[in-house]
Design a protein around this ligand. Structure first.
Ligand code: HEC
Length: 118
């Protein structure tokens, strides 16, 4: 009789563990929530370049060689599109935030274009 109770408890515990595994958010999900989500756009280099010419070269130079802001010619070697998207959206130090000036899609184009520069 006691054996049955023990195995019953064991199976209940297993079922409970399985339910927990599926309902608790995984580590990946938690990490994603902290990241600035980059809108998915199809790469459009011409559009990205036009946006950069209009908004960024005053500080980063017409060849992205740097000026007030750092050289961006090889920024893709150090940063992912997501990281660049986050910096341009929120700003950092002397770098202004473009959240109110550019649409998220425009920033995404620029971030993807810059992340190709290695
Ligand atoms: C008012 C001047 C200014 C403008 C305009 C500007 N930036 Fe910046 N940017 C900076 C400065 C200064 C930094 C360095 C920030 C720091 O010290 O953390 C920077 C940093 C960056 C970085 C990080 C570089 C690295 O290696 O860490 C990226 C990427 C960047 N800018 C992209 C852009 C883009 C794209 C635009 C146009 C949409 C833009 N910036 C417009 C001044 C500017």
């Amino acid at each position: 009789m006691q054996k049955w109770i023990m195995s019953g408890l064991f199976f209940a515990a297993c079922a409970f563990a399985v339910i927990l595994m599926f309902t608790l958010p995984g580590k990946e999900q938690v990490a994603e929530q902290n990241n600035e989500a980059i809108p998915s756009v199809t790469a459009d280099p011409a559009k990205a370049e036009a946006t950069v010419k209009a908004n960024c070269i005053t500080c980063h130079g017409d060849q992205l060689q740097g000026g007030v802001g750092p050289n961006l010619q090889k920024v893709g070697g150090e940063k992912t599109a997501e990281q660049i998207y986050s910096i341009v959206t929120k700003g950092r130090g002397q770098m202004p935030s473009f959240k109110d000036k550019l649409a998220p899609e425009e920033i995404a184009h620029v971030a993807m274009w810059l992340s190709e520069k290695k």
